[in-house]
Design a binder for this molecule. Structure first.
Ligand code: PDD
Length: 288
């Protein structure tokens, strides 16, 4: 399935890709990535994802590549893999390239390694019926705005969540609730959806922004202000957002039910509006 991938300028079978053991992505986790979802054969908010990849590359000082130039490659991958009008996830990864192991950057003539592949969209039924999450201390670095492939704290946190029978771990730094290991976090207080303001401590989620745009358009109250762990007990509803999870209600946090333990009306409405927006945007003649 989706056997054709893109690797360093060439489309080839995934089984034929060989990546150097000297690749800095392998040695140092020295790279950035993006995940974009296509609905019925058209990408949703592709430009925003590629612009964020540029932000990540600039943050890592990886030069020599404009992520916007990858736009046609994502479309080619759909054609070459006969996606047709199906839903699909695109994964793009760029590393600083391959060079003898040395912490400082390699010589300027070392080109970034670029890889892109398609993957199935996996939608767990709980993304609709409600998910359980735990909170964990944020052990990440202080440039969480960079979508780095160096995801060890995220993997460790997510594993803790899985072991607790949950699907997501929400990072808390100095008492402030920030985001999940692979999703943004929202809580609803007095009918107002609140999410952490953009900073170096969160990834500027594309879905987070889509949700805020929907709130703005629909006159739904929201704020981008810090959420404190001590306040969470007063939240009427909570939800996570992400490219692969859309808008998913949280029904249990740290073993306690959120609200009445069922998805509330606020998040149900937002989830429907988000789905409608994604389908409308991708129904246009041009890919978004
Ligand atoms: N993760 N926060 C973190 C730490 C993330 O890794 C992600 C996405 C998000 C949500 O961002 P967006 O709405 O742009 O998908 C927030 C992707 C899906 C992943 O790592 O697979």
């Amino acid at each position: 399935m989706f056997d054709t991938v893109y690797f360093d300028g060439i489309y080839k079978r995934k089984a034929d890709v060989s990546i150097s053991p000297d690749d800095r992505g392998f040695l140092f986790g020295d790279g950035a990535y993006e995940v974009v979802v296509a609905y019925r054969g058209r990408y949703f908010r592709k430009r925003e994802h590629l612009e964020r990849l540029n932000h990540s590359l600039r943050g890592l000082r990886i030069g020599g590549l404009d992520a916007l130039s990858l736009d046609p490659i994502l479309d080619d991958l759909m054609r070459k893999n006969d996606v047709g009008s199906g839903d699909v996830t695109a994964y793009i990864q760029v590393t600083r390239g391959s060079a003898v192991r040395k912490h400082a950057f390699p010589p300027a003539d070392v080109r970034p390694t670029v890889f892109a592949q398609l993957m199935p969209v996996v939608r767990d039924p709980s993304f609709k019926t409600g998910v359980s999450v735990i909170t964990v201390p944020d052990t990440r670095w202080s440039r969480c705005d960079i979508k780095s492939v160096n995801l060890l704290p995220n993997c460790l946190a997510n594993q803790l969540a899985q072991e607790a029978g949950c699907i997501e771990a929400i990072f808390v730094r100095d008492g402030v609730v920030l985001e999940g290991s692979l999703s943004s976090f929202f809580a609803v207080f007095d009918g107002v959806a609140r999410t952490a303001p953009k900073s170096n401590y969160i990834l500027a989620g594309v879905t987070r922004q889509a949700v805020l745009d929907i709130c703005e358009r629909e006159g739904i109250s929201f704020s981008e202000e810090p959420i404190y762990l001590t306040e969470l007990q007063d939240a009427e509803e909570m939800f996570i957002t992400g490219t692969t999870r859309e808008v998913a209600p949280i029904i249990r946090l740290d073993g306690q039910p959120v609200g009445n333990g069922q998805p509330g009306p606020f998040v149900r409405r937002l989830a429907e509006l988000y789905r409608a927006e994604a389908e409308a945007a991708t129904a246009d003649a041009k890919t978004a």
